[in-house]
Design a protein around this ligand. Structure first.
Ligand code: 7RM
Length: 652
């Protein structure tokens, strides 16, 4: 299958199977395969039925207009996102239900009912209007994980002003680039936020960024809290800067939602590829909310009394879709937490789960592997018996990390939904349905109903392992790259005709399960075999001493490439030469000699993006002895510098 070097070689087989527990099936949102059947019988009618569950001011006349690569969904329909997330819950018992439970890193707590959240969103929407922000004006949001982040997003949607949220961990320069690219008229920030005991000086960063921005007319500053606000000088600039609490105090709580077209811009969110400047991913209103609301309900089996916690930051798409829009559109109770998982101790997440009775917990493999590194004693200190469903997103989850999550966090009682999707897809695309799908550790299983996925080679022929491809448009798909439609076509639609290319490799097993194998830019090419990084890394993580691994190819005269493995051990320990030999042997036993690492380096930490994805490109530079490439997307440059020094010492 791989003669032309176009597909991928399949190495690892995983035979463990987990059927949905009987107790879980009772009263499940989706309890049989009917949803798959109705979606495959009539995909557009299926999506239309989900759109009908939202509140529309005017119904659409056409479900889909598809002029590849441009899609319009629910054409002619009119709605408002904040109305769907708030107003429509106010006429029944949800009025007094908690919409948001928030805990700050220092332990301060705030709670909002749907009525309370609605009031504050309306007030802030009016405040923004008072600053001259109107329909179509872009608003940049640069906030910590505080309730005002969700409030600001919802207030923007209420007045039809597209938002662009910039993760609070980004530098002034990154913030300025995004503000300028989007031409934002207003900026919403805070004096600061807490992270691992320290203070992130957001306003100071914002002021630096604004030195190179010309479009911002007003800056709204949230006072994070008396303690922090006393320590940080916000340097409020007369005429430009306004305290959030002062604006709110004077604002009316009466604000009619703007009537938006289904295809009006909802938000722009920047995503950085491997090279080049970040892309402003454009999402619109009706299709986005439809798919986000549908997946929220079905994938997370969301029920009225759930306490739902997604640990992402609102600065990432996961925060947009599954902290704010998906849960609130469904009237859920959302837990939001400001700080780090290991502050003040490594059990903060489990403490929060216990304290608030979290029932649904959604996190990333990078976090799960950190928990594995820290040890089972931390979750074991807490009563996690309220948990009933676990989710994973962001990277392929190695089978052993999946098993750990299942056993130590889920106590072998909770189904796990491994959800594959992207900033660009807007919502979950490949995932189990927890009461229906038998899961397999490391497999995201099947496309969500109404989503059409296949595996192709370069020439567009179907293969059992190769490039993941999405063959039909879907409601929450990105519509373009902001200001650069050419780049949109080139990046996602130029590989095959009318088919979306997400940039990931995947395989299908004999039962039709999908296994994501990592980014295709990272694929290894050893002696003519193309191997996804995921399988070799999973073989390493399968060894009892290992919690995390990243493999890269290193040029070799004869073999093309040989494999260099960077490995983190349990408890962050260092390994010796015997362990190197053992790990190589372990990989050979698990998947074969072809995947035998040539070099194994023990790494206390691996280089990651700010959202926690392993950056193999930089490890490749280390392995090749090259100067380190673009490090701007890296969370902590020291990690890779340290590895470079270590590698050079070892390789001489
Ligand atoms: C939601 C998000 C997208 C990339 C994507 C993949 C990787 C995400 C999974 C996954 C394997 C998963 N958006 N990815 N989820 N790989 N299994 N369940 O992460 O735009 O930041 O990243 O993340 O490579 O293309 S994102």
């Amino acid at each position: 299958m791989n003669e032309k070097g176009q597909g991928l070689d399949v190495l690892l087989t995983e035979t463990r199977r987990f059927a949905p527990p009987e107790h879980f099936k009772e009263g499940a949102v989706v309890s049989d395969r009917g949803l798959y059947e109705s979606a495959s019988a009539d995909r557009l009618a299926f999506w239309e039925s989900w759109a009908e569950k939202l509140d529309w001011f005017e119904r659409w006349h056409t479900v889909l207009e598809w002029d590849p690569p441009h899609a319009k969904w629910f054409v002619g329909g009119k709605l408002n996102v904040s109305h769907n997330c708030l107003d429509r819950h106010l006429n029944g018992p949800r009025r007094n239900k908690l919409a948001l439970i928030w805990e700050g890193e220092p332990g301060d707590v705030r709670e909002y009912t749907y009525e309370g959240l609605h009031r504050e969103v309306c007030q802030f929407a009016n405040a923004l209007k008072g600053l001259g922000v109107g329909k179509g004006d872009r608003v940049a949001i640069y906030l910590p994980m505080i309730p005002e982040a969700a409030i600001a997003m919802l207030a923007c949607t209420r007045i039809g002003a597209p938002h662009s949220v910039v993760f609070g961990g980004f530098s002034p320069e990154s913030l300025a680039d995004r503000i300028n690219d989007v031409g934002a008229k207003a900026l919403i920030t805070a004096d600061g936020g807490y992270r691992r005991g320290g203070i992130i000086p957001l306003k100071e960063n914002a002021d630096k960024a604004l030195e190179s921005c010309t479009t911002i007319e007003n800056v709204v500053v949230v006072a994070r809290g008396a303690d922090l606000t006393a320590k940080v000088d916000a340097h409020m600039r007369e005429g430009r800067d306004h305290w959030y609490h002062e604006l709110i105090a004077d604002a009316s709580a009466d604000c009619a939602p703007e009537v938006m077209d289904a295809e009006d811009l909802l938000y722009i969110l920047y995503t950085s590829g491997t090279t080049g400047k970040p892309k402003g991913v454009v999402h619109t209103t009706g299709g986005y909310l439809t798919q986000v609301a549908a997946t929220m309900q079905c994938v997370f089996d969301l029920r009225e009394d759930d306490i739902y916690w997604c640990t992402a930051d609102v600065g990432w798409v996961t925060g947009h879709s599954y902290i704010v829009y998906g849960p609130l559109a469904n009237g859920a109770t959302v837990l939001m937490y400001e700080g780090g998982p290991d502050w003040p101790e490594k059990d903060r997440f489990w403490d929060l789960c216990e304290k608030y009775g979290v029932t649904i917990f959604y996190t990333a493999p990078t976090a799960i592997r950190a928990f594995m590194k820290w040890g089972e004693e931390w979750p074991d200190k807490h009563d996690l018996s309220k948990l009933r469903l676990l989710g994973s997103v962001g990277e392929p989850i190695n089978p052993e990390a999946w098993m750990w999550y299942h056993r130590v966090v889920g106590k072998e009682r909770c189904p796990i939904v491994d959800t594959w999707w992207q900033t660009e897809t807007g919502a979950i695309m490949i995932t189990p349905l927890p009461a229906v799908t038998e899961t397999r550790p490391g497999s995201a299983t099947h496309p969500f109903p109404g989503i059409s996925v296949t595996l192709l080679d370069d020439a567009g022929a179907e293969v059992e392992a190769g490039f993941l491809a999405i063959t039909e448009p879907w409601p929450s798909m990105l519509r373009t790259i902001y200001g650069d439609d050419e780049r949109y076509r080139e990046t996602y639609w130029s590989k095959w005709d009318g088919i979306y290319f997400p940039g990931d490799g995947a395989k299908r097993d004999d039962d039709g399960y999908l296994w994501l194998l990592g980014r295709v830019d990272d694929v290894l090419s050893v002696a003519g075999h193309r191997i996804g990084t995921m399988e070799v890394e999973s073989a390493l993580v399968d060894h009892p001493a290992v919690v995390e691994a990243a493999v890269v190819g290193k040029s070799h005269d004869v073999k093309g490439e040989v494999i260099a493995a960077f490995v983190t051990l349990k408890g962050g320990k260092d390994g010796d030469d015997d362990l190197v030999v053992e790990l190589k042997k372990h990989v050979v036993e698990k998947i074969g000699a072809i995947a035998r690492p040539e070099t194994v380096i023990f790494a206390a930490d691996l280089p990651k993006t700010r959202s926690g994805k392993i950056m193999r490109r930089l490890l490749k530079d280390v392995a090749e002895g090259k100067a380190l490439g673009d490090m701007t997307t890296l969370a902590d440059p020291a990690v890779v510098e340290q590895l470079k020094a270590q590698y050079e010492a070892k390789e001489g």
